[in-house]
Design a binder for this molecule. Structure first.
Ligand SMILES: [Mg+2]
Length: 218
């Protein structure tokens, strides 16, 4: 008998068009300053956490002030809610795995009526307009996505991971079935490292590949 599927999905840039944290950080410190720190993370000069902390240290907003910034230019991929419903109909568990911020994720999901999803992410503490990240664990991204996927594999699941960015690199070689969003850093990483993956543009693509190429019947 084939092992049951368990699906893990990154949030920022994968379920949303752009990264919600970046919208807030760019609003406060500017896109160029944020990207300069991103480059240091990619080059290894800063750890993800050092860079993320540096970016959020420039945020000076109340939570309420951040909401129009979050919702102004961004939203949930419209193919995601039907994807979630299809998995639920088939009793396939789904966990959102994110190095981003749980409160921001729940804020976005609420706009399309998706409440109560399983989310493993970092959290933010906003006090006196200062934003401080409370990390999920002690690992470099603050949330070890590969560990979550390994745990599911040890429980007997065939694991699926869907992602796009730098914090997804450690999962790429761990998940049984990997989806990398077209034109983003995870796809580049898989190509350069020779890691097998399925490219996708939206969740209709993911569902079609799960159905057609892997033999999963929706
Ligand atoms: Mg992402």
């Amino acid at each position: 008998m084939t092992r049951p599927l368990k699906v893990f999905c990154d949030f920022d840039g994968t379920i949303t068009r752009v990264d919600g944290c970046n919208l807030i950080i760019d609003h406060c410190i500017g896109r160029d300053a944020r990207r300069a720190i991103d480059d240091k993370i990619v080059s290894g000069e800063l750890s993800f956490r050092q860079g993320y902390d540096a970016q959020f240290s420039g945020v000076n907003l109340t939570w309420e002030e951040s909401l129009p910034i979050l919702h102004g230019k961004n939203g949930i991929d419209p193919t995601f809610p039907p994807f979630v419903r299809r998995l639920a109909q088939r009793n396939i568990p789904l966990t959102i795995l994110s190095a981003g911020i749980e409160q921001i994720i729940r804020e976005y999901l609420g706009t399309v009526g998706l409440t109560g999803l399983d989310i493993r992410a970092n959290r933010i503490r906003v006090e006196n307009r200062r934003w401080r990240v409370a990390y999920f664990d002690e690992t470099p991204f603050g949330n070890d996505k590969a560990a979550a996927v390994r745990e599911a594999a040890a429980q007997g699941f065939r694991t699926v991971f869907i992602g796009d960015g730098i914090s997804d690199f450690p999962v790429a070689s761990v998940a049984d079935i990997l989806f990398a969003k077209r034109g983003n850093r995870l796809e580049e990483h898989c190509l350069s490292q020779g890691i097998a993956f399925h490219p996708f543009d939206d969740f209709d693509d993911v569902l079609a590949i799960l159905q057609l190429k892997i033999g999963y019947k929706a």
